[in-house]
Write a protein that binds this ligand. Structure first.
Ligand SMILES: Cc1cc2nc3c(=O)[nH]c(=O)nc-3n(C[C@H](O)[C@H](O)[C@H](O)COP(=O)(O)O)c2cc1C
Length: 307
């Protein structure tokens, strides 16, 4: 679309808008209706073996977004490759496969399998999973472990864009961004959900069967803008590493905030539950904004607000 072409980690995209991992699950009809405004589809995170996910209830709506504890339900990499990739291919947009695991080897094996698939254009490492080898601390919370994970994955995906999705549940997100960049990430995806909890006061029990979940949607948007700004100014700009900013985007203004804070692309997730046309609306409104401001390309806006 005119004025909206961007390049992220070597991927040339027709708009800066991408789907957020997991939110569309495997609803291809809904995803298909988002193209051509959605420039790439990010899959639900896939693991080496099938995972049934957490018991229900695992979604809870809050006043400013939603809590989820899906628990990485997925069919495993073999079924993903055999059954899901062919359906996703029909979307005719670049595919970004999200990978998760409990051990470094699990990520590496999944990345290796996906590297062999020409239908997959990029691999996104979801590092918000507990590392069983290191006593359950999430990969994305320990810069040393994260750098090692990214470096090992990078070696097995020489021909593809490697994206690392960072968790906001850390004291210093710039330190984990730097670790991912040191490990060889071509782009970062910022942010995953914020840890949260809700209580059902009638039942006097947690609202989610898993007790805790991840908060997404409008309430986390300022956290996402801050995280993008921190990572962009701390290391991404210097190393020319693009950012997919996401968290609570519901309209063009919120997408533009992320771009002006340093994001090249913008992911949209939870908003899709309420507004099926959100991709079209946001893309057209960004074009209208560019016209109103006399700006030829959205690329001129990347990081403009933060120097
Ligand atoms: C129901 C649901 C499932 C999700 N599943 C995944 C997942 O499998 N992998 C992942 O990296 N992020 C997952 N996420 C996080 C989103 O990709 C995104 O980072 C987060 O929701 C913030 O964006 P949003 O506010 O636009 O939804 C999930 C979020 C939701 C709401």
């Amino acid at each position: 679309m005119e004025g909206l072409n961007v390049t992220l980690g070597g991927l040339r995209l027709g708009t800066p808008l991408l789907s957020a991992s997991g939110v569309y699950s495997l609803d291809y009809e809904q995803l298909a209706s988002c193209a051509p405004y959605m420039s790439a589809a990010v899959t639900k995170s896939v693991t080496l073996h099938p995972r049934p996910g957490n018991p229900e209830p695992r979604i809870h709506e809050t006043r400013a977004g939603m809590l989820n504890a899906i628990g990485l339900q997925n069919p495993g990499i073999a079924a993903f490759v055999a059954e899901e990739i062919p359906k996703l291919r029909a979307l005719e947009v670049p595919l970004i496969a999200s990978v998760a695991g409990s051990e470094v080897d699990e990520y590496v094996q999944c990345a290796e399998i996906l590297n062999a698939r020409e239908e997959i254009h990029a691999i996104e490492l979801n590092v918000s999973c507990p590392n069983v080898e290191k006593g359950g601390i999430e990969f994305g919370c320990d810069p040393g472990v994260l750098e090692e994970l990214v470096a090992r994955a990078k070696k097995v995906v020489p021909g593809k864009t490697l994206i690392v999705k960072l968790t906001p549940n850390v004291t210093d997100i710039a330190a984990t961004a730097q670790a991912a960049v040191n490990g060889g990430a071509n782009a970062l995806c910022i942010i995953n959900t914020l840890r949260g909890m809700a209580i059902d006061i009638e039942k006097q029990k947690p609202a989610l069967a898993n007790k805790i979940g991840g908060l997404s949607g409008i309430g986390i948007h300022p956290v996402a803008v801050y995280a993008v700004y921190k990572c962009y100014t701390a290391c991404c700009k210097k190393h020319n590493v693009g950012i997919i900013g996401l968290g609570g985007v519901t309209n063009a203004g919120e997408a533009l905030e992320l771009i002006l804070a340093g994001a090249t692309c913008v992911g949209i997730g939870t908003a899709m539950f309420r507004e099926p046309n959100v991709f079209e609306d946001v893309a057209k409104e960004i074009q209208a904004y560019l016209k109103r401001k006399g700006i030829a390309s959205v690329n001129e806006l990347i990081g403009k607000a933060v120097g």
